[in-house]
Design a protein around this ligand. Sequence first.
Ligand code: NAD
Length: 550
Amino acid sequence: MLSHPPLSILAIYGNDSVELNPFFEYLQSMAHVKLALEKATPADLSPYDVVISADTSEGDEKTEDLEQFAAAGGGWLKLVHRSTRPLPEIFGAQPGQIGPDAELRVLFDDPNHPLAQRLPDAVYLEGVYHPLKPAADDSELILYADWHYGHSPVLVARKAAEGKVACTTLQAYRHPVLQQILYRLLRYLAGTWDSRKMLGIGILGYAPSVGKIHGLGAENTSGLELRAACDLSPESLDRAQQDFAHIKTYAATDAFGADAGIDLVIIATPPNTHAELAVQMMAAGKHVVCEKPLALTRRETDAMVDMADKQGVHLSCHQNRRWDVDYLAIQQALREGLIGELFYMETFVGGFHHPCGYWHSHDAVSGGLTYDWGGHYLDWIVSLIPERIHTVSCTRHKRVWHDVTNADQERIQIRFAGGQEAEFMHSDIAALRKPKWYLLGTKGAISGQWQDVVEYEPDPVTYFEQHHIPATEMPPDLTLYRRHTSGQIVTQKLAVPERQHYGFHRNIADHLLSGEPITAPLAHSVRVVAILEAAARSAARGGTPEVLDG
Ligand SMILES: NC(=O)c1ccc[n+]([C@@H]2O[C@H](COP(=O)([O-])OP(=O)(O)OC[C@H]3O[C@@H](n4cnc5c(N)ncnc54)[C@H](O)[C@@H]3O)[C@@H](O)[C@H]2O)c1
């Protein structure tokens, strides 16, 4: 797989390790980052690119050594934790008076700052209002907080001979955007942040469903540029050219794979072609993002992973539904412990409709009924229950739709090593739908009920037009149930975050261009295929439990 340029960090911290832990965990989640934790400044700083020093007692920090380290080309980030103790002059800023605890609206002073790429314009951070006072002409104000109709500096950087230093009073170390900013800042201080890099994107299979989405995702994400599309069908290539006039089009994969302007290929062809095309593109030296499901069998995913390893390129799956607001709300509720420990979950998709006559309904191409939505639902399940899987069982019904080869209904049940159970059911013969989500935890439950939205508009000929928004595209109605100490069950709506567009494309750019963690790791998408394959085996044997991870 792709390896990113290494970054070696030393963190010298005192009493604040607990507060800092979420940030340290974030750093440690990146394989190319080496983080050493020390209570005092070691004699030899040469193994490190950058040093973080937090609220250490004064003597331990060895200010002079760190100043020399920065002057010689290293980076030094000082985290100011509710302290008004003067900072070493090298930082070009001093802490001001500590104000009240507050949620701060924090912005980049220069919205086009190299560190601001692909980040929201403003971020809301819990903490304390604690301004920094720039104290040198060459201090660089990076972040400010809105305060009383003024801009209060909260992150200031400065050049220090060959190196760079910075200080900040922000402390919301759990916040994912602050984590990103601080990681980027560490690279910036170490002199290894390059925001000018661009990735040329090529779409292989300009699918009617997702071709344009990938094109727009690339065009709306800084650092990505759509350069080409390849498709066997001239009509699909025409559509690509109409949607994006500036791109090159290819009718053959060989020539497309040889285009040096393409760094990342997004594969959006039918599932039974994913593995072969992905291996071909990686062999040509391209990074690959493949549509879901990643492939149809474990043998295929093994070959894909082997090629990614051999070529040192990136491979992952377009798990765009990791940004669906209902999934994000449930993930957040679990992180906050709102239902205690999750031990049982059921998920459902479907209804009672005649399946389409296209490849989606034919198992030799699609993989089978559960391979389509299962590519998303099983990815949600493996991310919400990050445990080893013990067994997978599946039952199947073929009773109504005899003109297609996919089953009418499949129910996959997963048993995890810790005893947790999860189910995904897809039915095309369910006149009554089950809830989309049904989760039980040791302190409560969450349900997600489908929302059917129909819009009407007047029409002079037909009197009115009726538009259905497919229930699968509407966030379900999420309810949280908690057991009160009185024994009563208290219910409340579960808040959902604001919808964000192109989250997947931003994340892939963050990962490939700066090494930031990938939200939907390849291992999860590989595991989804392993579950689907084991489920198909189980169904063929009448529902026997298939052992997955041993
Ligand atoms: N992530 C999502 O939300 C999402 C949504 C819809 C579809 N998908 C996935 O996108 C993929 C495409 O689905 P679709 O329904 O749009 O399919 P489709 O058959 O409508 O479109 C596929 C396109 O690929 C082209 N193609 C097929 N084989 C090719 C080859 N060997 N070389 C070059 N081009 C080739 C076809 O000509 C066509 O233009 C599937 O993997 C599907 O699961 C994902």
